[in-house]
Design a protein around this ligand. Structure first.
Ligand SMILES: [Zn+2]
Length: 432
């Protein structure tokens, strides 16, 4: 890449000099247990991040979602097991001009850990054998550290970029709640004026350009209650739900045969993104001697970038309508919630090209641009029309969400350098 008068080397050196400090900071982040559910200590970690940024001269603000809005949105998405404030952070490293703008995003929450299964305390932040161990080291407190230090490097060396970096640190990604990215979008903090987004909720083994869309479809079958002694006079909602489920399973098989044109790192014999429809929750019945009048099932529908919400719901609605037509004694209603839009960035987009080149420089190998079989809140940023890629600090061996989650310190260093080079390439260095 263009050398910019040795500026990139200087920035690389800065990272080398600050790596021990960065490791300490990531350990501190791990020590704040931000497990969700229920969403612990979001205010504490937000303050720790904002304090660090402000301390090094980067403007950072805290934004807590109002209690009433929080409750309203959680109810909409059918989420109940939460407690504590939802505090997000936004930081600005101003360039010479306000454009272009790069957004980086990461989440501060982690999934819970069962300490008895771990070889170290999951919330202690233990460094050994060139690695950091702890819940969230890989998903994704290591990446948060890289986001902060990559900005600080420019500030500390007094190197000005042409455009702005906006970094957001958001909550409840692991829960699928509204409170993080979606709240920042509604507040206009994350907006269409941003030219690129690098989410650090990823791995250092690939460049993620697409994730599955996701929606929960809540279907309620209504029958008629009756005493079981004369049970034939009732309409059994559970038995009808069972028949309906069989039809949904058939639809799921059909959907499962579809493939996206976006490749994935192969899973079994699946080489391209694969959609799905699964019946994952069922609730019904009052007492063994009463014909149940109500049975609710929840379908998880995963969409590939080529699919959309409307058509996906319509497919399900058709199955339901046909069923009701054949069985007029039941009524069935459905609604959807917890939606993540499907979407993908064109593998030939300039952002992908730059990230590929930069990873090759830092890691010595060019990473592949692929889709993933997960669903993350980053989808909402892509849905705004902001070109978005994900690259993070973890690897498969990191065992994110699992026992003894860990990262390589080398990867932490590499991600920091990758982010720095992305800023230089995307924003350009201002003449001083
Ligand atoms: Zn994550």
């Amino acid at each position: 890449m263009e050398n910019y008068g040795g500026i990139v080397e200087k920035l690389d050196e800065w990272v080398e000099e600050h790596i021990n400090d960065l490791v300490d900071f990531v350990c501190k982040l791990i020590r704040v247990d931000t497990s969700v559910p229920p969403g612990k200590n979001y205010d504490k970690i937000a303050e720790m991040i904002a304090d660090k940024l402000n301390e090094v001269g980067i403007k950072a603000e805290l934004h807590e979602i109002p209690e009433k809005l929080l409750m309203e949105k959680m109810k909409e998405d059918g989420i109940t097991d939460i407690s504590g404030p939802r505090t997000n952070v936004v930081a600005y490293l101003e360039g010479k001009e306000r454009k272009p703008k790069v957004l980086t995003n990461g989440h501060t929450d982690v999934v819970p850990a069962r300490p008895d299964k771990w070889s170290v305390d999951p919330f202690k932040g233990v460094v050994k054998n060139g690695r950091i161990y702890g819940r969230g080291s890989s998903d994704m407190k290591g990446s948060l550290g890289a986001m902060i230090y990559s900005m600080w490097a420019f500030k500390d060396l007094n190197i000005k970029l042409n455009g702005d970096i906006v970094a957001t640190f958001t909550t409840d990604e692991e829960l699928g709640g509204y409170t993080g990215i979606r709240y920042f979008i509604d507040k206009g903090i994350i907006n269409k004026d941003m030219d690129y987004c690098i989410s650090t909720d990823g791995t250092i083994e690939e460049i993620n350009i697409a994730d599955l869309g996701d929606v929960e479809v809540v279907i309620t079958v209504w029958g008629k209650p009756y005493h079981s002694g004369t049970g034939w006079r009732g309409v059994n909602a559970i038995e009808h739900a069972a028949s309906l489920i069989n039809r949904l399973v058939e639809l799921g098989k059909k959907i499962g045969e579809r493939r996206s044109k976006i490749p994935i790192k192969p899973i079994d014999d699946v080489k391209y993104m694969r959609p799905g429809l699964y019946v994952n929750v069922i609730e019904g019945g009052l007492k063994p001697n009463i014909i149940p009048y109500k049975c609710t099932i929840i379908v998880d529908r995963r969409m590939i970038p080529e699919e959309n919400l409307e058509d996906s719901l319509e497919e399900i609605r058709k199955v339901i309508n046909k069923y009701v037509k054949e069985h007029p004694e039941v009524s069935i209603d459905m609604h959807h919630r917890a939606y993540y839009p499907p979407g993908a960035l064109d593998p030939d987009h300039p952002l992908v090209k730059i990230v590929k080149e930069v990873t090759k420089e830092v890691l010595g190998e060019e990473l592949l641009a692929v889709g993933g079989q997960g669903s993350t809140d980053v989808a909402f940023i892509g849905a705004l029309g902001i070109p978005t890629v994900c690259i993070g600090v973890g690897r498969e061996e990191s065992n994110a969400h699992g026992v003894d989650e860990n990262i390589r310190i080398e990867d932490l260093k590499a991600l920091t350098k990758i982010l720095i080079r992305c800023y230089v390439r995307l924003l350009g260095v201002a003449d001083t």
